[in-house]
Design a protein around this ligand. Structure first.
Ligand code: PDD
Length: 279
């Protein structure tokens, strides 16, 4: 089964999908992206991802070349061509090709690419036991709500994760937990799920919003406010949310055991209701 690539309106073999060395995405990280996964071959929460792509593009004054209906058509076509049991769909829009100059001209034609690759969901045993995380300083810029391809700080954080042999980096800005390097972070304190508020310090995760809704429908109270790094260590439960991680318990942070070192009851309830939602 092929990895599928789509570039500026055409499906091509991945190896033939090329962009210019003067693309502003390559030279400046001047672009935005989305990651969507399928469940049983169906792209999950496509509307919410495309809405966020619109918001990210608008925030960078980037022309969104396709309507949501057009994007949906391309995505479904890509998923059909790839024919994987489960797929990870990557969409990217950059400002296009121009002689290098930081300022851009209004008439640049965006470069649009999509890849559809096989997605391997996390092993159920990882879900069952939970994962270990580390904290690291959040050195990102002041508009983390824009899903920009400028991911240097996230790249460095994920490299630390790899070297430390843990699962995720939890980012801390001035002593406050913002989010993970590729996920949102939630903690449970006295039965309430607490997560950083939407705004410039975090990416407003599609999974985050779904999980906050599920919590309410499960009768679990939620609060959107920052918690401190020390609150993280003493939380009853900590979990991650995201397209690739779903709802995933964190059982140790910086070597410190969270709760009793096993996925807590609220995390398990939310993971189960997320699983039935996607099912
Ligand atoms: N990242 N926060 C950050 C910094 C992220 O990069 C992501 C997802 C999330 C979770 O958002 P969502 O629930 O919408 O997937 C939060 C994707 C998967 C990535 O960059 O590969």
């Amino acid at each position: 089964m092929p990895n599928v690539a789509f570039i500026n309106g055409a499906f091509v073999p991945l190896a033939d999908a090329k962009v210019s060395i003067e693309d502003r995405g390559f030279q400046f990280g001047d672009g935005v992206y989305e990651v969507i996964r399928t469940y049983k071959g169906c792209p999950f929460s496509i509307e919410a991802h495309l809405a966020r792509l619109d918001r990210s593009a608008a925030a960078l004054d980037l022309t969104q070349p396709y309507s949501r209906a057009e994007w949906t058509g391309h995505i479904l076509e890509g998923v059909k061509r790839a024919a994987y049991p489960e797929a990870k769909i990557y969409l990217q829009i950059t400002r296009g090709v121009a002689p290098r100059d930081h300022a851009y001209s209004d008439d640049a034609t965006p470069t649009v690419v999509m890849t559809v690759r096989e997605f391997h969901p996390l092993d159920r045993s990882v879900q069952a036991t939970g994962v270990e995380a580390m904290t690291t300083e959040d050195i990102r810029w002041g508009r983390c709500d824009i899903k920009s391809v400028n991911l240097l700080a996230n790249v460095l954080a994920r490299q630390q994760v790899k070297q430390a042999r843990v699962f995720e980096a939890i980012l801390v800005n001035s002593g406050l937990v913002t989010e993970g390097a590729v996920s949102n972070v939630m903690v449970v304190q006295g039965g309430t799920v607490v997560t950083a508020p939407e705004g410039p310090r975090i990416l407003s995760g599609v999974t985050r919003a779904i999980v906050l809704d599920l919590a309410l429908s499960e009768g679990v109270s939620t609060q959107e406010r920052f918690v401190s790094q020390s609150d993280l260590y003493t939380a009853d439960e900590v979990f991650l949310t995201g397209t690739t991680v779903e709802v995933l318990a964190v059982i140790r942070v910086d070597g410190k055991v969270i709760g009793d070192g096993r996925p807590g009851p609220i995390t398990q309830r939310l993971a189960a209701s997320f699983a039935s939602r996607v099912g």
